[in-house]
Design a protein around this ligand. Structure first.
Ligand code: SAH
Length: 343
C-alpha cells in the first residue's frame, strides 16, 4: 500500500503549511483546496497548476484514493448506488437519492460492522476497519463530481456504525460544514446509531445541530435482544433515558427507526407498549418495511400491519412516517449494502 499523505486528511491550514514548505506560494494551497471540494480528486487534472507542480504534488500526495468500482442506476427512481474501491482494495458502498429538496447521499462509515444486527446485510461482513476522514469525504466529493450537482444532504446510514468511529465522523461533519468546503448545514446532516449509549450522551454535548436517528426496531428488551446484540449491552430503558437526556440538552427531536419485520416486532400490542414509552417525548418514528436479505429469514410486514402500527402510535400523539423505498431494484435500500466479492 502506498504511503503518500492524503490531501483530504489535511485541513486548509495544513495544506497551506505543506505547500509553503515545498516552496509554493499560499495561493496554490487555495487553488488545490478549491479543486478538492469541487470534487476533482485527480491531481493531474487540476488544470490551473503548472504541470511540474502537478507532477511533484502527485508524487507526494494522494486525494481520497477511492475509485468508482461500479455504479448502478435504478430504473424506477434514479437512485444510484456506488461501489468504491479503497486504496487497500476494500470495497464500500454509498447511495445517492434525489428528493424534491435536493440530492442526498448515504455514506458508509466503516468497512463492515461489528454490531451484528440480525436483519442487516452489513453484519455478515464482520468488522474490517474504520474509514478515515478522507474516505468519508471522497465518497461525497466523488458522487457530487460524477453527477455535476451540489449535494445538499448527507446521511450516515450506510455500512458501519458511525458512533463506533466517533471522532472521524465528528471531524468529517465539521469539515463539510465549513464555508470554504461543501458548506453543508449541520441541520442537513443525519447520523444514525444502533444505540451506543455513552456516545449518544457525548454527541449531545458536541454543540452541532446534526439530526440524530436511533435504530430502535423493538418496543422492549426482549424483542430488541432477539435481533440487536447491542441491546444486551445497554437496556431499552438506558437507551431511552440517554435519548431523553439528548433532547434535554439539545432541544432536538430524535428520529426512531423501526424496521417492520413480520411476526417479530410488528403487532399492535407492541405498538401499544412503544407508544406508552415514547408518549410525551420529542420524537418522530420512521417505520421501515424491512428489506429482505438473501439467506436471512425475515419478511416485510404487510401494508395493513404497518398502517395499524402507525395508527396505534399516533393514538399516543407520536408523529409517524412510513419510509419510502428507493432504489429497490439495485439493492440500494437500507440494510442491503454489503461488500460484493471482488476477487
Ligand atoms: N449502524 C447504524 C447506521 C447504519 S444502518 C444504525 O444502526 O443505525 C441504517 C439503518 O438501516 C438502521 O436503522 C438499520 O437498523 C437499518 N437496517 C438494517 N438492515 C435493514 C433491513 N434489512 N431492512 C430495513 N432496515 C434495515
Amino acid at each position: 500500500m502506498e504511503n503518500k499523505k492524503d490531501l483530504l486528511d489535511m485541513t486548509f491550514e495544513e495544506l497551506k503549511e505543506a505547500f509553503t514548505t515545498l516552496g509554493y506560494p499560499a495561493y496554490r494551497a487555495k487553488q488545490v483546496h478549491q479543486w478538492l471540494y469541487s470534487g476533482q480528486l485527480d491531481i493531474n487534472n487540476m488544470s490551473n497548476l503548472p504541470k511540474e507542480m502537478r507532477e511533484r504534488i502527485a508524487g507526494k500526495f494522494i486525494a481520497g484514493g477511492v475509485k468508482i468500482a461500479e455504479k448502478l442506476i435504478s430504473k424506477i427512481d434514479g437512485t444510484r448506488k456506488y461501489l468504491f474501491e479503497l486504496k487497500d482494495g476494500n470495497i464500500i458502498e454509498s447511495v445517492l437519492m434525489k428528493y424534491h429538496y435536493g440530492y442526498s447521499v448515504c455514506l458508509s462509515t466503516q468497512v463492515g460492522c461489528r454490531m451484528g444486527c440480525a436483519f442487516c446485510a452489513s453484519a455478515s461482513l464482520g468488522m474490517i476497519r474504520n474509514l478515515t476522514v478522507s474516505e468519508l469525504l471522497a465518497q461525497v466529493l466523488t458522487i457530487g463530481h460524477d453527477i455535476g450537482e451540489r449535494i445538499s444532504h448527507v446521511v450516515l446510514m450506510g455500512i458501519g456504525e458511525p458512533f463506533d468511529n466517533y471522532n472521524t465522523v465528528m471531524e468529517f461533519m465539521r469539515r463539510i460544514n465549513r464555508e470554504d468546503t461543501l458548506n453543508i448545514s449541520f441541520r442537513k446532516m443525519t447520523v444514525s446509531t444502533c444505540g451506543i449509549v455513552p456516545r449518544i450522551l457525548e454527541f449531545a454535548r458536541e454543540g452541532i445541530p446534526v439530526n440524530l436517528s436511533v435504530s430502535l426496531h423493538a418496543p422492549n428488551d426482549e424483542i430488541r435482544q432477539r435481533t440487536m446484540p447491542v441491546a444486551k449491552r445497554w437496556s431499552f430503558d438506558e437507551l431511552l433515558s440517554a435519548c431523553k437526556e439528548y433532547t434535554r440538552i439539545t432541544s432536538r427531536r430524535i428520529t426512531y427507526e423501526y424496521s417492520m419485520i413480520e411476526n417479530v416486532n410488528d403487532s399492535t400490542p407492541f405498538a401499544e407498549i412503544l407508544g406508552k414509552k415514547l408518549k410525551g417525548t420529542l420524537c418522530h418514528v420512521n417505520l421501515i418495511p424491512v428489506n429482505t436479505i438473501e439467506g436471512i429469514g425475515f419478511s416485510k410486514s404487510s401494508r395493513a400491519r404497518i398502517e395499524d402500527f402507525k395508527r396505534t402510535l399516533e393514538g399516543y400523539g407520536i408523529a409517524v412516517t412510513v419510509r419510502r423505498e428507493l432504489g429497490s431494484d439495485i439493492m440500494a435500500a437500507c440494510g442491503q449494502l454489503r461488500r460484493n466479492k471482488i476477487t
